[in-house]
Design a binder for this molecule. Sequence first.
Ligand code: HEC
Length: 163
Amino acid sequence: MKYLFSLFIISQIAFSCQNKAEEKSTAVGLDGWLEGTTEEKLDEVAHQLGGFSRTMVEVGYRYSELYWAAMDENWGYADHQIEHIIEAMEDGLKRRPLRAASAEEFMKETLPYMESLIEKEDKEEFLKGFQMFTSACNACHAKEGESAIMIQAPLNRTSPVRF
Ligand code: HEC
């Protein structure tokens, strides 16, 4: 009996040591900035990734770069931008699935159309398509109650990429 009791105490001590070790290892990231339970950490990471506004800042930048790429007839760079717009939209809609319904036409029709337009490497045709592209951005903003965010073709270059 005494032996069994000692065994129980030893196992309890071992268990609490193990818990301590786990507690210590909970903080991860540089200087342990990511703390708490796994759920708390995931929540924090999700928050840090940002929502649709973060996606849109990227899409807005790439939209402008796409325009200037076509003005330069730098079709390789234009293709790079449309591919990254698609990726940013897909990731953004994964994080904010409630936005997906408003973006359906944009994802299924507008973006593939822009891809095919870039393949044609025709600046005049691209410009016509770009107007339609811009209207599609604004149509989704209207659906999402964001009409104040009105998109228009950029007037000035803001990035250092030139051709
Ligand atoms: C889901 C449909 C949808 C589509 C398609 C869409 N947007 Fe948006 N956009 C939004 C929503 C919603 C917001 C506001 C997001 C927020 O504040 O959380 C927004 C905000 C923005 C912003 C402001 C970002 C900021 O916070 O400073 C810009 C810039 C923008 N969109 C550009 C574009 C461009 C350019 C296109 C087309 C290439 C486009 N958007 C297509 C839904 C869309």
